[in-house]
Design a protein around this ligand. Structure first.
Ligand code: C2O
Length: 574
């Protein structure tokens, strides 16, 4: 029997299809999910904590769709914490109300309330993910978001026998909300996590954890597609599998020219698809897959190693006790050169079916410094940041302050005079300095809620320049609402006359999150063809908390299909 709700959607889909003169058969379907935000007791490392989850699952449920599908995800908040969910990497074409970052596109979903995220997946396929986008709730509230190609669409790589999400995370023995509250209060660096996890499991290299080990059971002579997702709060990771070479085929849900590697680097927010070809005969060994932190800079970091096990199916006669355990070799914790080389390996597939659409001409150029800084310590308090200050982070020396009475998008859409933001975000540093040399004496940052306004369809070139203020660090920069093309990267200070001559406009990788090398820069380009308010930030959560973020306001275009529609009726109120 056909349910009336389904019928209504079928009818609406047909009407939309007819009105757009497209073939009904090629339009996607509507897929509904329900996310109940609830507490759940979870034990890791012999410590039981009540953690925030979606539907009691940790990691959270997989959302699977096909390119062209409409997703309706009803999020119901059953906990006392405010919630908001972001669909990381989804372009949200003219659906910015569903993007999710709290106080940027929407007010949080409060206790007992719900909100239906409504968006259509257009022109994208591959591995993405979803996560909470409010304070540090995403420590446990995250999961894969997998977009399959349209039915009958070809896949440009060897067809995998199986596809497996591998999602990295960080486990805290204490409430992560308390960790960030304490850090912001004292001004010092946050306490490090207690373990890294693969699909929620820390593995046998931690105390009291051997039973919580992720096992990937494989058959010999097959190709497996591993969908790697870094959902860790703060840690960029190296990853490898003993005695197995991986073939990278996709980054942030964009196909790349395949390349082989034994070790991957994956920053928070990034996703990477790799093909794993298993050996022809089951080897008599156990293979560890390991992940651990890449980090340069100051402060304490989780330097522990998560292990999962790659296990071949074998006959019962073969005793597991005598099997040697093999481990992959991973680079040193501070292997910045390795990381830069690895980032440089990525090239767009750039085929006729999946062409590169990098802007060849640029309407507006921006030069953004990204890095740490300080805020003054309030009177009558002692602070634990550098020289008794509070840690901060900024773009062009502006440390972003979130509004708390409305969202930027709502304020932009309805605002007349009393907007909660200003439009004077600097397009280059107000006081230029030697960004990667001796840091300036004054490390204080300015605070503000500033945006850049872009006309519809502006082509943008943006250089992210790391600074060495309080130590050079690598920053995974993430842009909401768009993918960008990474056209260049280098160490030291960006040279505006020499470096652009070497930009790659033929097959630059298309991503939503790219690593700015420690003590270096990257240049990206994108077309502002999506009206709305779009956050851009470092995906290292502590840097985001310290203000390493800003927002773009992209104005409506002239045509009806270039305008942002009004918010849905259940849009959360502050
Ligand atoms: Cu994956 Cu603004 O975040």
């Amino acid at each position: 029997m056909l349910n009336m709700g389904v019928l209504r959607y079928v009818l609406v889909a047909c009407l939309i299809a007819i009105s757009n003169h497209v073939n009904v058969a090629s339009a996607g379907i509507t897929r509904r999910y329900k996310f109940d935000i609830q507490l759940k007791n979870v034990t890791r490392l012999c410590k039981t904590r009540s953690i925030l989850t979606v539907n009691g699952k940790f990691p959270g449920p997989r959302v699977i769709a096909r390119e062209g599908d409409n997703l309706l995800i009803k999020v119901v908040n059953h906990v006392s914490t405010n919630i908001s969910i972001h669909w990381h990497g989804i372009r949200q074409l003219r659906s910015g109300w569903a993007d999710g970052p709290a106080y940027i596109t929407q007010c949080p979903i409060r206790t007992g309330q719900s909100y239906v995220y409504n968006f259509t997946v257009t022109g994208q396929r591959g591995t993405l993910w979803w996560h909470a986008h409010i304070t540090w709730v995403r420590a446990t509230v995250y999961g894969p978001l997998i977009i399959l190609p349209k039915l009958h669409d070809s896949y440009p790589f060897p067809k995998p026998y199986k596809q497996i999400p591998i999602i990295f995370g960080e486990w805290f023995n204490v409430d992560p909300q308390a960790v960030i509250q304490q850090a912001l209060q004292t001004g010092g660096g946050p306490n490090a996590s207690d373990a890294h996890t693969i699909n929620g499991l820390p593995g046998p290299l931690y105390n009291c954890s051997a039973k919580d080990t992720y096992k990937l059971k494989v058959k010999p002579g097959k190709t497996y597609l591993l969908r790697l997702i870094n959902a860790a709060l703060n840690d960029q990771l190296f990853f490898g599998i003993a005695n197995h070479t991986l073939t990278v085929v996709e980054a942030d849900a964009s196909y790349v020219k395949p390349f082989k590697t034994n070790v991957l680097v994956i920053g928070p927010g990034q996703t990477t698809n790799v093909l794993l070809k298993t050996k022809h005969v089951s080897p008599n060994a156990t293979f560890f897959m390991l992940a651990r932190t890449y980090f340069v800079g100051q402060g304490t970091i989780d330097n522990t190693t998560v292990a999962g096990i790659l296990e071949y199916e074998r006959k019962a006669s073969n005793s597991p006790k005598t099997r040697p355990v093999l481990k992959p070799a991973l680079p040193a914790i501070n292997a910045t050169g390795f990381v830069a080389n690895f980032s440089n390996m990525f090239r767009s597939l750039a085929s006729s079916k999946f062409p590169v659409d990098v802007p060849k001409t640029v309407d507006r150029k921006f030069f953004f410094t990204v890095g740490l800084g300080t805020n003054p310590c309030p009177k009558n308090q002692t602070c634990q940041g550098p020289n008794g200050t509070k840690f901060a982070a900024s773009i062009n020396n502006v440390s972003f302050v979130l509004p708390n009475t409305t969202s930027l998008l709502r304020s932009y859409f309805f605002g007349k005079s009393n907007r909660v933001f200003t439009t004077d975000f600097p397009s280059s540093p107000i006081f230029p300095f030697n960004y990667t040399g001796m840091p300036p004496n004054n490390t204080m940052v300015a605070r503000g809620t500033k945006v850049v306004v872009l006309k519809y369809n502006t082509t943008v070139e943006l250089v992210f320049q790391d600074t060495s203020i309080l130590g050079a660090e690598s920053h995974p920069l993430h842009l909401h609402g768009f993918n960008f093309y990474v056209v260049g990267q280098g160490f030291g200070n960006f040279d505006p006359t020499r470096d652009p001559k070497r930009f790659n406009l033929l097959d630059p990788v298309e991503r939503n999150t790219a690593l700015v090398p420690a003590g270096g820069w990257i240049a990206v380009r994108f077309r502002a063809d999506n009206p709305g308010v779009w956050l851009m930030h470092c995906h290292i959560e502590i840097h985001l908390s310290w203000g390493l973020t800003m927002a773009w306001v992209v104005l409506d275009g002239d045509l009806p299909n270039q305008k942002l529609p009004p918010p849905p009726s259940d849009f959360p109120k502050c």
